[in-house]
Design a protein around this ligand. Structure first.
Ligand SMILES: [Zn+2]
Ligand SMILES: [Zn+2]
Length: 138
């Protein structure tokens, strides 16, 4: 399997991502809004064992319930732990340019604003992520 190395903004932390993500998406939940200080967040979901920290120190950051790991030095948000499904949600800002290919939007019920594109806009999550196949009307 191919692997990709990505780094936080200061370079102290390196992550090695192995293989392809199981999904790439935009999340609109208010937890992501706070973590990214943005309207919504790009994420690449990998099985936990395919996301390894090869260098540097991480600090956990919990806003409500999701455990997010940030660089201990520069605070760059790296990934969150999706413990119930054994996955890690990697901040897609870290991916090499051109490799983020979003497939759908999740948590659109909490969206700050509609994002009008041709992707599916799930109210919460798709069925294979434990949600219902329900969509918002934008
Ligand atoms: Zn850093
Ligand atoms: Zn979110």
């Amino acid at each position: 399997m191919t692997s990709t190395t990505c780094q936080c903004r200061c370079g102290a932390v390196s992550l090695v991502l192995t293989g392809a993500p199981v999904a790439q998406l935009y999340c609109h939940c208010d937890d992501c809004q706070n973590a990214h200080r943005a309207a919504y967040a790009p994420a690449a979901i990998f099985p936990k064992e395919q996301v390894q920290v090869s260098r540097g120190e991480l600090t956990p950051l919990v806003i409500r319930s999701t455990k997010r790991m940030v660089c201990s030095q520069c605070g760059t948000y790296l990934f969150s732990e999706l413990e119930r499904v054994g996955m890690r949600s990697v901040s897609a800002y870290l991916l090499p340019k051109g490799t983020f290919r979003p497939q759908f939007h999740v948590q659109c019920d909490e969206a700050l604003l509609p994002v009008l594109d041709d992707l599916p806009h799930y109210r919460r999550f798709p069925a294979n992520f434990g949600g219902a196949e329900e969509f918002v009307d934008w």
